[in-house]
Design a protein around this ligand. Sequence first.
Ligand SMILES: C[S@@+](CC[C@H](N)C(=O)[O-])C[C@H]1O[C@@H](n2cnc3c(N)ncnc32)[C@H](O)[C@@H]1O
Length: 211
Amino acid sequence: MSQIFDEVSKLYDPFLKAITFGGIDRWQKALIEFLDKEGNRLDVGTGTGEVLKKSTNRGLKVGIDLSMGMLKKAKDKCPYCYFLLADAENMPFKELSFRTITLSLVFRHIEDKRAFLKEAYRVLEEGGQIGILDINKFAGTKLLSFLMRYPLKPLGLLLFGRERWDFFLHSLENSLSTLEVKRYLEGEGFRVSRLNRYMLGIVYVLRADKT
Ligand SMILES: C[S@@+](CC[C@H](N)C(=O)[O-])C[C@H]1O[C@@H](n2cnc3c(N)ncnc32)[C@H](O)[C@@H]1O
């Protein structure tokens, strides 16, 4: 998967703005506002570093990703942030290193979600928070899937090529419902304390607290 994100890294930001009709900025701001604890922040699957660039938390801003292409873009955009090539399922950090963790459009890509959540629990301070922004498997999933299969397909193919476009479609169609995400979180010691839906329920932002 990292190869796909390496390849798309140059065009990733304009593509994301286009496909979300600019909504990504609002949703990422909501994700950041949901997390009201100050301190070190870890952005998992940071991509081009946009969430850390927008973050105003006091403390360290650290991003991890499996794609070196994405991380290079991130470092250009956010020179005062720290970026590492690392796997969400096996993080190179000590216990209790972070106050907050963010994931923007990443949770559904993580293969072993339980392994990741165990790691998130380990590296979060007591009372720490995790914020997740992602695509919801809901009534809107079918609509977006239709848009990507038909009207948006020419733009998608032009920007990304067939293989990558099919991958995005596949990952949309593999998205989880908020109920499924909540079950994952509660199974690993987190409690969902805020949840908002956007764009007719296609997108959700939630906050969960380490209990
Ligand atoms: C759709 S992009 C989202 C990037 C960014 N967070 C954003 O909102 O634009 C998903 C990112 O997650 C990364 N990723 C997927 N699985 C990962 C894992 N297990 N560990 C770290 N990063 C991962 C990918 O390399 C990719 O850069």
